[in-house]
Design a protein around this ligand. Structure first.
Ligand code: CP
Length: 273
């Protein structure tokens, strides 16, 4: 990876509190902190005093005493917002339950901008577990905010579709469906997600109709890009990894740059308070 070292986090300690599993978000934030000259303090929740009955709230209040900023992922949608109300240090939402994943949305937008003009009439499909995918919620809202001439395709099983209130809040046009094949040749961007098994109680839902193979991918436009926040299960065949349309490894790489930029903004904002 060719990233120049910056110094805006010099002498700063950033705390990582992941109360839910993560590989990309946790590690890319750690890489971003180190590349910006700062120090990481990681709470290993499985070895912390939460094992002695300490609450997540007290764990956050403890880390606030040691750190200049906190990065928090928690399965409860409200938790990170409550922390932001009482915290004296800036907090970044690294994923709150099936709510939002705002830093992923920014790195996704950065990825899209590498191949497409974002102020044009793009046709963008979101597939998989749209009900529970916080990455989709955040990216759809972000795209809907920056432009009003997109066409969204929301492809998911009936029980995993986006809610009525979410759909009603959009200003761009959208179509809802259950199969991907019929739209494949129209798309500029295909954003896939996995079945969020950790959030689904009714496991009758499946995403068999929204699996992608190289054969299906090659039916897309030459300029179409395939994105996925990862981790994946089996909704994208590994054969697609070397397809020129596949951008999910680029997304991971851009995550470091974008999270560096987010933390620079965060620290500047805090200093101006
Ligand atoms: N994209 C993403 O949030 O991945 P992790 O769950 O591995 O952090």
């Amino acid at each position: 990876m060719n990233t120049q070292k910056a110094s805006f986090l010099q002498d700063k300690i950033i705390g990582n509190l992941f109360f839910e599993s993560s590989t990309r978000t946790h590690c890319s934030f750690q890489a971003a902190i180190q590349r910006a000259g700062g120090y990481n303090m990681n709470v290993q929740t499985q070895y912390s005093s939460m094992n002695k009955g300490e609450s997540p709230e007290d764990t956050v209040k403890t880390m606030e005493q040691y750190c200049d900023g906190l990065i928090i992922r928690h399965p409860d949608i409200q938790f990170v917002h409550k922390c932001a109300e009482y915290s004296n240090v800036p907090i970044i939402n690294a994923g709150n339950g099936n709510g939002e994943h705002p830093t992923q949305a920014l790195l996704d937008l950065f990825t899209i901008k590498q191949s497409h003009m974002i102020d044009t009439s793009l046709k963008i499909a979101f597939t998989g577990d749209l009900k529970n995918s916080r990455t989709c919620h955040s990216l759809i809202r972000l795209l809907d905010r920056i432009h009003d001439d997109y066409l969204f395709y929301f492809i998911s099983p009936h029980e995993l579709r986006l809610g009525h209130a979410f759909l009603a809040s959009l200003r761009n046009k959208y179509v809802c469906g259950t199969t991907l094949e019929e739209h494949m040749t129209e798309l500029d961007i295909l954003y896939m997600t996995r079945l969020q098994k950790e959030r689904i109680t009714d496991m009758t839902a499946n995403i068999e109709n929204v699996k992608i193979t190289n054969e299906l991918l090659n039916r897309g436009k030459d300029t179409m890009i395939l994105m996925h926040p990862l981790p994946r299960n089996d909704e994208i065949s590994v054969c697609c990894d070397t397809n020129k349309r596949s951008k999910y490894f680029d997304q991971m790489k851009y995550g470091v740059y974008v999270r560096m930029a987010i933390m620079e903004y965060m620290m500047n904002k805090k200093l101006k308070k």
